[in-house]
Design a protein around this ligand. Sequence first.
Ligand code: SF4
Length: 379
Amino acid sequence: MRLKEYILTRKNNTVLEQLVGDSKALDRALAGEELSYNDGIELMNYDNLHLLGAVADITRKKLVGNTVTFAASYYMNYTNVCAASCQMCAFYRKEGADDAYTLTPQEIEQRVRIAKQLGATEVHIVGGFHPKLPLEYYENMMRTIKKSHPELNIKALTAAEIYYLSKLTKNSTKEILSRLKDAGLDSMPGGGAELFHPDIRGKIVRGKCTGQQWLDVIEEAHNMNIKSNVTMLYGHIEKPEHIVDHLIKIRELQKKTHGLITLIPLKFSLDNTELEQDHLVNHECSSVYDLRIIALSRLMLANVLNNISVYWVAYGKKLAQVALSNGGSDLVGTAFSEEIYKAAGKSTSSSVEELATMVHEIGRVPAQRNTHFKILKKF
Ligand code: SF4
């Protein structure tokens, strides 16, 4: 069914009826067809955001119904020491800086124990590229957590960290992944993806793997049955083609491996970054742009990935609710702690109950999930 027909046959939906549009890309999305690169560009420039959001919302409903999921996650950054110096990052410190830190495996285990008492079912562990931590540090960290908390899902180290570790220790990325899996690694976060396109990546990261290297590492992980998330950093100096390119690369990867769990679009957080200090970005992107990104993510990935996560930490709870009505279906996460966003001045804590309330307020069904989107509890 084509867009106009679809809209005009919907009863009691006056908003949609007033917004009858003529977008070929939205037509194709409603017909369940895979969107092309040109469709993506069309939608990045499409002026009827309400209609774009409505079609993304219809697509979300077809794929996952009215449930909004969230996990009880404990976010932990084991070190802020980093050999890289990305222009988009407010988190990293150089070794020896007054506020540089590195947690011991025992300190990590203590924090994890508290998180578990709060109800966490997964630990999300990422950090800087520490130039002196050996592979054994990471193995030890995972073994220590697994020994005391075998039921917790260890979602640790981005593909970018794995790539760095392979260079640092002169082991292949496959060897690193294999050893970490043996030590307890269950899944991987989606960080470090940023934007894959080399034209933009070179201007926002310094000292981090290329987009293709990130994709190669994550493909290896998927082939070893280590599933992962994927992120997309937007709202800085990118153009529509960089967003569409990123989404298509994610789609191609997922067709090959089926190893991606969810896409988490990440809004660029400006404060204390080099991009801000060099006046390359003077303000954070608008809420309208946030909603466009969520909607486009849903539509471009509709045939390969069911889950589009809304990172409420960056949006605030009110905008997160609107994003859930524009294609989003999952809230990330219950961030008991999240030093990276704190470094850029964002509030990061919530509880499962607060997230459930957010979902109830928009008339959807809240459900706590595990790392792999198995429903654990409905509210
Ligand atoms: S984004 Fe990651 S790799 Fe880049 S400087 Fe920050 S901590 Fe280091």
